[in-house]
Design a protein around this ligand. Structure first.
Ligand code: UDX
Length: 443
């Protein structure tokens, strides 16, 4: 099939290469010429495991190409996927739908034959219906352009895997034709036995926001438990393991720590609440405000714990923050808890150095006040405190004895509860964890 993918960010770039991998002819479209040039030259514009290989494969097969021209896209595709960003509006909690409307306005007037426009972006419920009306209004008479919704559940760091082998496929359609077209698009994925859920437009939009709200709630729930554990000497990891054995609860997304960040969960729960308020049912989702508050409080709690470890004063102390990205295996620093904590430490007068295997280029431009250090060894040398805030594998492989020899004081705060705390303590470190007792120091 001939498919266009409009928007080549995390979602679109991965979707485009995976559609080419599935055997379709794919044209990726973006108004950002630099991004399109990079992709056409085989360079992934961001870090995502597996993406460079699939990009190279798609380009070499001749089935994958890129353009900035919306008119070219309109004539190329029988299916057009909308994959543009829907960030939080500045000064408001609502989603900013400008890019989505602009994409439809650029595409629809050039549609001259029957085709399907499929939204994948995360949107407030009701957006698909509004865009369907816009497509009908702007497409030339006889174009017979239909609109469907097909939310995406990919996780950064696993985006390729999640697109090629998703947990489920959800489509919101207004007729059988659209569903039949989408079944053909996803035939190789369906052949794996992937569950297929076909529903109306509104439900399909809600599935995505409900899923992300549930995940965010799960994380804030366990972080709230971590606060109780800290007040009582209990252990939040054991608690999570124990409740997670109940299959109705499940162990995943119960890792307590500095909390969630990124370009999705924080803005999605805010936009969902804002949309519910517009619909007159805001109180149904008031709890999401608490989910947000609990999440942001973990960042303040981390700073409090750092201050306490350093004897009550951060000013003039050297703190090394391990990890800048909002999660490992990504270079994405959007709403990163690590960088928020780093900025709070800086505001209290600490000398903050930040290390990250992939996120330093983005950090340098967005946080000019923070000292970014490329070498992990240099980042740790002379530190008064190591603050582990993004669980990169590289940090788990550090030799605590070796690092102890280079720091000024062997103090470690593991804000992800992901390091082997017993090993660090045995090497002479004073360790602080979130929501669980620290292991006894050696000797
Ligand atoms: C999320 C959803 O998982 C995905 O389905 C959706 O399509 C987009 O939003 P992503 O933002 O890539 O994906 O990251 P995710 O793996 O969900 O992690 C989000 C944040 O929660 C990270 O900051 C992570 O560190 C944090 N987290 C996750 C926890 O603090 N504890 C956990 O137990 C799990």
């Amino acid at each position: 099939m001939r498919i266009t993918v409009i928007g080549t960010g995390y979602l679109g770039a991965v979707h485009a290469v995976c559609m080419a991998k599935a055997g379709h002819e794919v044209l990726g479209v973006d108004q950002d010429a630099a991004k399109i040039d990079a992709l056409a030259a085989g360079r992934a514009p961001f870090f995502e495991p597996g993406l460079p290989e699939l990009l190279a494969e798609g380009l070499a097969s001749g089935r994958l190409s890129f353009t900035t021209d919306a008119a070219e896209a309109a004539t190329f595709g029988e299916v057009h996927f909308l994959c543009v960003g829907t960030p939080q509006q500045p000064g408001s909690n609502a989603a900013d739908l400008r890019h989505l409307h602009a994409a439809v306005e650029a595409l629809a007037p050039h549609l001259h034959r029957p085709c399907l426009v499929v939204g994948k972006s995360t949107v407030p419920v009701g957006t698909a219906a509004a865009l369907a009306a816009k497509v009908a209004e702007l497409a030339p008479v006889g174009a017979a352009a239909e609109l469907a919704w097909n939310p995406e559940f990919l996780r950064e760091g696993f985006a390729v895997e999640d697109t090629l082998r998703p947990d489920r496929l959800v489509v919101g359609v207004t007729g059988e034709h659209a569903e039949e077209v989408l079944r053909r698009v996803y035939a190789p994925v369906l052949a794996l036995g992937t569950p297929w859920i076909s529903t109306d437009l509104a439900t399909s939009e809600l599935v995505k926001t409900a899923a992300n709200s549930f995940l965010a709630t799960k994380i804030s729930f366990i972080n709230a438990m971590a606060e109780i554990c800290d007040a009582t000497g209990a252990n939040v990891t054991t608690l999570a393991d124990a409740i997670g054995h109940d299959v109705r609860i499940g162990r995943r997304f119960l890792d307590a720590g500095v909390g969630f960040g990124g370009g999705c969960l924080p803005k999605d729960i805010r936009a969902f609440h804002a949309r519910a308020q517009e619909l007159g049912v805001g109180s149904a989702l008031d709890f999401l405000e608490h989910v947000d508050t609990v999440n942001l409080r973990q960042r303040a709690r981390t700073v409090d714990a750092a201050r306490e470890l350093l004897g009550g004063e951060l000013a003039g102390r050297r703190v090394t923050v391990l990890g800048a990205t909002f999660k490992p295996d990504s270079d994405d620093i959007r709403d990163s808890p690590s960088l928020h904590v780093a900025e709070l430490l800086l505001a209290e007068g600490a000398e903050v150095r930040v290390h990250d295997p992939e996120g330093l280029a983005n950090t340098k431009s967005a946080h000019p006040g923070l000292e970014c250090v490329e070498s992990l060894e240099d980042a740790c040398t002379g530190a008064d405190l190591l603050l582990h805030l993004t669980a990169w594998q590289q940090y788990q492989e550090l030799d605590p004895a070796e690092v102890a020899a280079s720091v000024r004081t062997p103090l470690l705060l593991d804000g992800r509860n992901a390091l082997d705390a017993g090993r660090w303590a045995a090497a002479g470190w004073t360790v602080r964890l979130l929501g669980k007792p620290a292991p006894a120091p050696a000797g």
